[in-house]
Design a protein around this ligand. Structure first.
Ligand code: ADP
Length: 162
């Protein structure tokens, strides 16, 4: 049984994340998306809201499960009995951080390997941070996130559509 954990903030989930989820679900028997409750960051969406949006967005993929976690990703992966982490790589700027994190995780949990999927080109520029920045000025984020997420983000910034 090949089980992987895909950890992240998903604040909010974008088409880039959904692409990584769909592609890694094809490789794995089971994919657990781990939504991080990070005390250090103040998220736009509560962990329940993020889990809920991911849940709706992945309901058609039968081997994907959404969970929340706090603390170390390695502890979460062990609790889930996962042998792999999934991470997405967009640009060279992701690489430094991701390499360091995967090597640190490997020292802490040698039995868990990290699999990197490179972004699909059409999502290479996309991040939750830029989505929030565009939305905060009332910009159009419909190319970046699914309609339900778009509505929720715009509402958070006080823009509601009829
Ligand atoms: P974190 O706070 O852990 O960076 P994110 O939700 O921003 O959480 O990202 C989770 C994972 O998804 C990371 O591995 C990140 O590189 C990847 N990711 C984010 N956006 C994209 C994208 N557009 N294409 C591919 N991977 C992405």
């Amino acid at each position: 049984m090949k089980r992987a954990v895909y950890p992240g903030s998903f604040d909010p989930v974008t088409y880039g994340h959904l692409d990584i989820i769909a592609r890694s679900a094809e490789i794995m028997d089971e994919l657990v998306v781990g939504v991080l409750m990070n005390q250090a960051k103040t998220p736009l969406f509560s962990v329940e809201e993020r889990v809920n949006m991911l849940h709706i967005m992945t309901k058609n993929i039968s081997n994907v499960r959404i969970e929340s976690f706090s603390g170390l990703s390695v502890d979460f992966a062990r609790k889930e009995g996962a042998g792999f982490f999934i991470r997405g790589l967009r640009a060279i700027t992701d690489f430094d951080y991701e390499l360091q994190m995967s090597q640190t995780n490997r020292i802490m949990a040698p039995e868990i390997d990290t699999i990197f999927l490179t972004t699909s080109l059409q999502y290479a520029y996309l991040s939750s941070t830029t989505v929030k920045e565009v939305a905060s000025y009332g910009g159009d984020i419909s190319n970046f996130v699914p309609p339900l997420v778009e509505k929720a983000v715009m509402e958070k910034f006080g823009y509601s559509r009829p």
